[in-house]
Structure formats: C-alpha cells, structure tokens
Design a protein around this ligand. Structure first.
Ligand SMILES: Cc1cc2nc3c(=O)[nH]c(=O)nc-3n(C[C@H](O)[C@H](O)[C@H](O)COP(=O)(O)OP(=O)(O)OC[C@H]3O[C@@H](n4cnc5c(N)ncnc54)[C@H](O)[C@@H]3O)c2cc1C
Length: 489
C-alpha cells in the first residue's frame, strides 16, 4: 500500500502522537499513530496498488458478466475486487417465476461470498460504486476511494420508462429480486383486498393486470399470470368470480418477441390467446394515473397493476465523459470491450455497446452476450500481461427461447426452430442447468415438479406487503448519490 503523503492529515496525526507519547508505551503509541494515519486519510488517500503488487482489477457488478469474469480470473496473477450493491448474484431470466410464486427467490440467487470462499485473489465488497474517476484510476463508494490498474464496468441495465418517468412509482418493473418480490406481494395483496371488497369498480381495479411490452419478459410473465388465473386463484378464492380478471398485454410493435423468429412470435401469440390473455399489438400505452390505463388507440383499462417490461437502458456509475455514452445509455466499447478513449477501462454485458456497421445499437442485452464477453475479456487480460495480442470479441448466437405457461415454449436455435412441449422440456433443462449451485438446481426442480403435478404454486407468501405510495424510485443509486453528496472531482 502506498499512501499519498502530500496530505496534511498524517502530520496532524503525528503531532497528536507526540502529545500523547508521555502516557503511552512506545509500542502502543506507534500502533496508535499508524491507526490514526489510516483512519484520518481513509476517505482522501489513494490506496494505490494491492499489497503484493499484483495488478488490481476492479469489477463493478456481479451479474452474468462481472461474476463470470471474476470466476475466470481466479488463480491468475490479478488481485481482483468484485463490487456489487447486493451480496448475491441474481439469475434474472427466472425473476418472473419468483414474481408469480413458481420459484422461491433463494433458488435463483446465490451469495458471492460462497462462490469466492476459496479464492485467494478474489475479494468481494458489498457496496455501490457511485462514481468513477478515469483520470485518477479511482472508483468512489460511500466509504472509500480505491485505485485500480484495470476497471471493468459490468453494471447491467435498468428499466427505461421513457415518457412515463413521472409516473414510474405507479408502475411495476421487473429488473431485480426486489421487483420480483414486490410484484408477487402486490398481486396476492390485491386479490386479498378484492376478496373482501363490496365495491365492484375497486374489485375490477384490483384484479386486472396490464403488462406493457411484448418481449420475452412480458410474454413469459403474461403466461405465468394467466396460469395463476386458470389453476391457482379459483382454488384459493372460491368466493370470487376469477373469470372476471383481465390480463392484457400491450405491445407497440406489430409482433410479439421482437428479436425472435416469425414462428416463435406466432406461436407465442397463439399460446397466450389459448390461456385467455388479451394481446394488443400495435398498441401504445398513452396514459396511466394509478387506476386507469389508456392507450393511443382508445383502449381504457381499470387496473391497479401495470407491469412495465417495455424498455431498458444501460446503467453505470457517474464520472464517464459524455463521448463514452452510446444510444440507450450504454458505454461505447471497441471490439475488445475497451471503453472509448481509455486503455485500462472495459465495459461488459448490458452496460456496454459494441457498435459497428452491422450492430448500430450494439449486441442485444442478453445473458449469453454478457457471459461470452466476460470470457473473452478474461483471456485478453491474461494475454495483455504476457504481452500477447488480444482477441476481438465475436458473439456466437446459441439461440433464444421463451416459455408461455405449462407445456408451452418457443425455441429458436441457429438451425432449428421448434415449439410446444418439447420446447418446454428443453427450456426447463437449460434453466435448471444454468442455475448456480447444486442446492439451487434441486430447489428449482422440486418447486417446478410441485407446480406441475399439483397445478398449484410453491410460494404464495406476502412477507413484506408492498406499498405503492412508499415505492422508491427504481434507480435507487440516484437517491443514494444525493444523500451521500459525493464529490466526484
Ligand atoms: C426479467 C428478465 C428476464 C430475462 N430473460 C433473459 C433470457 O431469457 N435470456 C437471456 O439471455 N437474457 C435474459 N435477460 C437479460 C439478462 O438477464 C441480462 O442481459 C444480463 O443479466 C446482463 O448481464 P450483466 O452482467 O450485464 O448485468 P446484470 O446481470 O444486470 O448485473 C449487473 C450487476 O451490477 C450490480 N450493480 C449495478 N450498478 C452497480 C453499482 N453502481 N455498484 C455496484 N454494483 C452495481 C447489480 O446489483 C447487478 O448485480 C432477462 C432480463 C430480465 C430482467
């Protein structure tokens, strides 16, 4: 560790040491001085390098990209520090299963510390990185400033509410574990309230669900909620006329599952209709006041629950120059995932836009892209240390899939597209296989088997009731930043 001795705080600490010297033993006083220097300057002084002079890699974000990179750098020459706001990795593709009671959150989340228990060169810190100082090679958290040799930004994405930002508190996004648990509570709470309400209009408002956005998340969520309407709610609320519940999916484009094939899109539409979901294509949501949703084509729906899956944009800490930011608020990177204009900063996954002629918006925001970029960067960092040429990133599309309720899914492989029951089994197998940890795989398999054979849902608990009026803005970092008043320059 090297400290910036230009600061005057160590001198003040030293004068304190001299004053107290008379009533302390020399050894205690030396330790006291050392402690005071560290404490006095913890917030201001640069902690330059790792103690053993290994090149330090700071990874911000332990999602698909950041976690994979940290895993691949285990046992290498690098001193790796992985930062995340949460102490666990979330398998986002199954969030909708948590939101609809099909899986417990513990099955799709895994603590970072468990993963890196035996890794000597990888440390984890549960802290939000608030800002980056590229000119000083530093990152800033609420408690610390830390220097890096290489910085990797893998902070993912956040919901993009577009012109609905002013009313975003009233919308239910699905981007993280907190959102999924809120949504599960909200749907169940609304049914409980409707069950005891004599007001017909209010009941309608409480049980109807609107989903905005017909991409994979919107389609999967609509299918899962329709399954609850068909199999779960009639058993749990026998006094209610559950048939009155409307589930409406609004999509502004002329087809569902935009990035997937025509076959996939048509089958998804057919499956959703069979389940009783009302699908409105070419339909733009225009207004929502917390009770009534209106579309540009004149549709009016009374509902308390509007699930927002209509858009995402990149998320990253403050401090990057404007020229680094690409459309959709992602960081512009070259074919080695290196940030434009910087030799030692990289961005991966959803936060990064590798723009070229064929990809004007960068790669799609997919877990597979994030994982592949992380693996390529891990190899390139090691190559760089050995003075070898880095390998440009090339995305290998291994296919996409989406499931719509029990027994129905659509799968697009590069050379084969199929739908129905086989696709559903493939979907189950791929997702079980992809979960981290044997316990999580087993727990998910158990819950799915339970749901399948009983036509029920494994998890229907309202642990922390969701209060929309207390809903914090989705981008919680903005709030934290204001509170902490972090000076970035
Ligand atoms: C509901 C849903 C379903 C999806 N389904 C699929 C699917 O079926 N197939 C598919 O391929 N993709 C799917 N995706 C997309 C996929 O999950 C993302 O593309 C992928 O997670 C991107 O990985 P990432 O590492 O870039 O970011 P993320 O996985 O989002 O990870 C970002 C991490 O950074 C942390 N973080 C953010 N900011 C900070 C900060 N300032 N300081 C510290 N930590 C920070 C976050 O806590 C998070 O852990 C889905 C996404 C969602 C939301």
């Amino acid at each position: 560790m090297f400290f910036n001795l230009i600061s005057t705080k160590p001198l003040k600490a030293f004068s304190g040491f001299i004053k107290r010297r008379s009533d302390q033993t020399l050894r205690d006083a030396v330790w006291s001085l050392w402690g005071e220097i560290i404490l006095a300057d913890l917030k201001n002084i640069n902690i330059m390098q790792s103690q053993n002079n290994q090149p330090r890699v700071i990874i911000i974000g332990g999602g698909f990209a950041g976690l994979e990179l940290a895993k691949k750098l285990r046992g290498t020459i690098f001193d790796v520090i992985l930062f995340d706001k949460q102490n666990f990795h979330t398998f986002q593709p199954l969030l909708y299963q948590v939101a609809t009671g099909g899986l417990r959150i513990e099955s799709i989340a895994y603590p970072f510390r468990k993963i890196f228990r035996k890794s000597k060169n990888v440390a984890f810190r549960m802290e939000e990185v608030m800002a980056v100082h590229p000119s000083r090679n530093q990152i800033v958290t609420a408690s610390d400033r830390l220097s890096y040799d290489y910085l990797v930004v893998a902070t993912g994405s956040q919901s993009n509410f577009f012109n609905f930002t002013p009313v975003q508190k009233m919308l239910m996004p699905l981007k993280n574990s907190r959102d999924a648990l809120h949504l599960r509570s909200f749907i169940l709470q609304n049914f409980e309230k409707a069950n005891v309400s004599a007001d017909e209009e209010l009941r309608e408002e409480l049980i109807n669900v609107a989903i905005v956005g017909g991409g994979p998340t919107g389609v999967e969520l609509a299918g899962a909620i329709a399954e609850m309407k068909k199999y779960v709610f009639p058993q749990d609320f026998p006094q209610m006329d559950v048939e009155q519940m409307r589930i409406i999916l609004f999509e502004a484009a002329p087809k569902l599952l935009g990035p997937m094939s025509e076959e996939a899109s048509e089958h998804a539409l057919k499956y959703l209709k069979e389940f009783g979901v009302e699908v409105h294509l070419n339909s733009m949501v225009d207004d929502y006041d917390g009770k009534v949703l209106k579309t540009k084509d004149g549709e009016v729906l009374r509902t308390n629950t509007v699930i927002w899956t209509a858009g995402v944009k990149g998320a990253f800490p403050d401090g990057f120059p404007k020229h680094c930011v690409a459309p959709a608020h992602r960081l512009k990177v070259d074919q080695f995932n290196r940030l434009e204009g910087f030799a030692n900063i990289y961005a991966l996954g959803d936060a990064a836009a590798m723009v070229d002629e064929g990809l004007p918006k960068g790669h799609p925001m997919l877990a597979t892209v994030a994982l592949q970029q992380a693996r390529n960067l891990a190899q390139n960092l090691v190559k760089q240390i050995k003075n070898k040429s880095p390998q440009p990133f090339e995305y290998k599309d291994k296919g996409t899939m989406a499931t719509i309720g029990r027994n129905r899914a659509v799968v697009d492989l590069p050379r084969w597209k199929f739908q129905g029951k086989l696709a559903w089994f493939v979907w189950i197998f791929v997702h079980i296989f992809s979960l981290i940890g044997f316990r999580n795989k087993l727990a998910a398999l158990w819950d799915w088997a339970y749901n399948f054979f009983t036509y029920d849902r494994a998890v229907q608990l309202i642990i922390t009731p969701f209060e929309r009026s207390k809903n914090v803005p989705h981008v919680d970092s903005e709030k934290t930043r204001k509170q902490e008043k972090v000076t970035t320059e």
